[in-house]
Design a protein around this ligand. Structure first.
Ligand code: BGC
Length: 703
């Protein structure tokens, strides 16, 4: 098979991923002219109306903003979110961090496409997603909404999602920026220097805005270096507008996102959501009267909103040159199957001692399924990213359905587990729920029916809750062989029990098809192919200090594996790691100079006896640098799916510009004269292939 075959490899192909993204075809000069003409007809009151949401509560899941019938201007109708449309019922996809584990950018494009289509069918035109805040620490309650601890990976997935969704609706990557601790999000200040900001915490935003043409951006609640993100000139003006050339609008995060009237508008927070608090007429009048704000700045906000309405050809039932799709697309068979594919590709097999997996659905095999989580719909948090599907496949019922002639018995969490010794194998379904992690929403802002569920927030401790640990330990003590299936949205520390169990799978919050996907993996219908988009440390102290009450958090160059590398802490399971039921060889790294970069090729072969997939990963590190450089950083990855004995060549393009560091003193990116090592393998800790280069006065020289 050729390396171009999309079913066998998916090294990042920007053009294919970008296809159909409406934003990339906009004729900006024409839109400018039409926007000017519209603005010239508008009164001050009409302009003011464009810069604020209509009311605090959504209408059928849609948050309305702006719009004026007499001018033919439709309203913005904004809908959450990152794992599906939060409007009525909708397809519940696995949470973003689960999809991130697929490392499958084309899959993420198709998920974005499906969510965008369902949002449009529900009457929405702005999708409040993707969440692309870098996962600085896995205790962050909203880890599940984002993609990973790595900016290259987050950027690739975010780019794909935006491109897919923008076939139908505007997207709004969020929360700009540095929103990565939930409990104190309304007050905390993310402290960061210019270099860490540019190199680690913003590249993925840049990729969504510059590369994918994200049509809007949501600002963050928190502060950056003491200034609220919604009032932050450096973020909203200097970086977003002047450096990245962003033409869309910035809307506030909800309720406490706009902290002021004049400072917010002056900084470039264009639209206050979900309702006029700071941007109400009396507040605007007062700010103008005091001389803190002028009408031209209000008009600028309105202009940015109208610009996108013109660009996207927004009508009451039209957008992006298309009629609003029929509601029959919502939870259609294709989307449900896509949710299954995403769930399947997201499951990560971390341990498989004695090849206890896959199970055989055969007569005589007895399987115990343990734990209450096996029987409930565990879809993730119940904050703004919550999605309600019309049905959910749960682990126990899916295991029973897939078990064929094997027998299955369920044990609830609280019962005596000593009988497990009678069973050939025990599957413990354990983990976290919305009560343990998620968006934390103050009770006053909740829907009545959601109030009692609104726990969430950050995890102070990365271990499982005590009763879940106890469940695993009781099961492992009694069972012949123990397989642990972990549900959750981030890293879970396993040190105290991992050596006592035979197999561990992470199935995340797997969406409405999660149960069926799990059963397919357990019974070997598919080989697991997910890889960790986060590092799982052995103990909390292996990572940076983590305090969920903190009001000031220092951000440096080293979240995730960068931290573990630097401090020489071996991970329990490293970033990029995952097993399958087959084995892959990656050999023969060939690196050659091409214009403005490198062409890197490797040969990948399935050396096992089953069809499966691996993720080939390319990292770069520096030597003899004059500044502090991170030990190594992910710069490319490709998903390869092969039959036994099949071999393909996988190619990566590495650009010189991706090898630069940000020189904060010069305020510029610099390609340093130093040594560079390109390393390739199948996880951040398994990089056997290497190619060394030096950049100097004579250009690039292989070493
Ligand atoms: C969240 C956003 C979300 C918004 C609207 C906020 O509290 O932080 O991510 O899009 O609510 O639901």
């Amino acid at each position: 098979m050729s390396s171009e075959d999309p079913t066998t490899q998916q090294a990042f192909d920007e053009e294919a991923i970008a296809a159909g993204n409406f934003a990339l075809g906009i004729d900006h000069e024409k839109v400018e002219r039409e926007t000017d003409a519209l603005l010239a007809k508008m009164t001050a009151a009409q302009k003011r109306n464009e810069i604020r949401g209509l009311q605090p509560r959504p209408i059928d899941g849609l948050f309305h903003a702006g719009g004026d019938e007499s001018l033919g201007l439709a309203r913005w109708k904004m809908v959450d979110g990152p794992r599906g449309a939060r409007a009525g019922t909708a397809t519940a996809f696995p949470v973003a961090i689960a999809r991130a584990a697929s490392f499958d950018v084309d899959l993420e494009r198709r998920v974005g496409l499906a969510i965008g289509l369902e949002v449009a069918a529900r009457g929405g035109n702005v999708l409040l997603a993707p969440t692309i805040n870098l996962l600085r620490h896995p205790g962050w309650g909203r880890s599940q909404e984002t993609y990973s601890e790595d900016p290259h990976h987050t950027g690739a997935m975010g780019f794909a999602f935006v491109c897919g969704a923008q076939n139908f609706v505007l997207t709004s990557p969020k929360h700009f920026a540095l929103n990565n601790l939930e409990n104190t999000r309304f007050e905390l200040s993310a402290e960061i220097d210019l270099r860490a900001l540019r190199e680690v915490y913003l590249p993925h935003f840049r990729r969504c805005v510059v590369g994918a043409g994200a049509a809007s951006v949501m600002s963050a609640y928190n502060k950056m270096n003491g200034v609220y993100c919604g009032e932050n000139v450096e973020l909203l003006q200097t970086i977003l507008r002047e450096e990245w050339g962003f033409r869309g609008f910035v809307e506030s995060d909800w309720f406490l996102g706009a902290r002021s009237t004049a400072d917010s508008l002056n900084a470039g927070l264009d639209i206050e959501m979900p309702a006029p608090f700071r941007y109400a007429d009396d507040k605007l009048d007062e700010a103008v009267a005091k001389g803190d704000l002028d009408e031209a700045t209000i008009e600028r906000g309105a202009r940015r909103s109208i610009y996108q309405k013109v660009a996207w050809q927004l009508g009451e039932n039209e957008i992006a040159g298309k009629q609003r799709p029929d509601e029959s697309v919502v939870e259609c068979e294709e989307h449900v199957l896509l949710a299954r594919e995403a769930a399947l590709k997201s499951i990560v097999l971390l341990k498989n001692e004695g090849e206890v997996l896959p199970l055989e659905a055969r007569e005589g095999l007895s399987i115990a399924v343990v734990g209450d989580l096996a029987t409930i719909a565990n879809l993730g948090d119940r904050g703004s990213s919550m999605v309600t599907p019309s049905s959910v496949s749960k682990p126990l019922e899916a295991i029973v359905a897939a078990a064929g002639s094997a027998s299955v018995e369920h044990f609830e969490s609280h019962v005596d587990l000593s009988r497990l010794a009678e069973f050939d194998v025990t599957v413990v379904v354990a983990g976290l729920t919305y009560r343990d992690e998620g968006e934390f929403i103050p009770t006053a802002q909740q829907d009545a029916e959601e109030t009692e569920f609104a726990k969430g927030g950050d995890r102070a401790d990365l271990a499982l809750p005590l009763e879940q640990r106890d469940l695993i330990e009781r099961a492992a003590a009694a069972a012949q062989r123990t397989i642990v299936v972990l549900q959750g949205g981030s890293a879970i520390i396993m040190r105290d029990w991992i050596d006592r169990v035979d197999a561990v799978l992470i199935s995340w919050y797997g969406g409405q098809e999660g149960g069926r996907a799990l059963a397919q993996i357990l019974f070997g219908e598919q080989s697991p192919s997910g890889r960790l988009p986060i590092s799982i440390p052995r103990q909390m102290s292996d990572f940076m200090p983590w305090d969920v009450t903190s009001l000031s958090v220092h951000h440096d160059l080293r979240p995730g594996y960068r931290w573990l590398d630097h401090h020489q802490h071996a991970a329990e399971f490293p970033f990029g790691f995952g097993l399958g039921y087959t084995r892959f060889d990656v050999d023969d790294l060939r690196v050659e100079r091409v214009e403005r970069g490198f062409r890197c090729r490797v040969t990948v072969s399935n050396a096992g006896s089953r069809r499966g997939a691996t993720i080939v990963q390319l990292y770069v590190g520096q030597s003899q640098s004059r500044v502090d450089r991170v030990e190594k950083e992910l710069k490319g990855f490709g998903r390869v799916e092969l039959d036994p004995a099949e071999t393909i060549d996988l190619e990566f393009r590495l650009l010189d510009e991706d090898l630069r560091f940000y020189d904060a003193d010069a305020g510029a990116w610099e390609l340093e004269t130093c040594g560079y090592e390109i390393r390739v393998g199948q996880s951040s800790q398994d990089l056997p292939l290497s190619s060394r280069w030096r950049f100097g006065d004579a250009g690039w020289i292989a070493e």
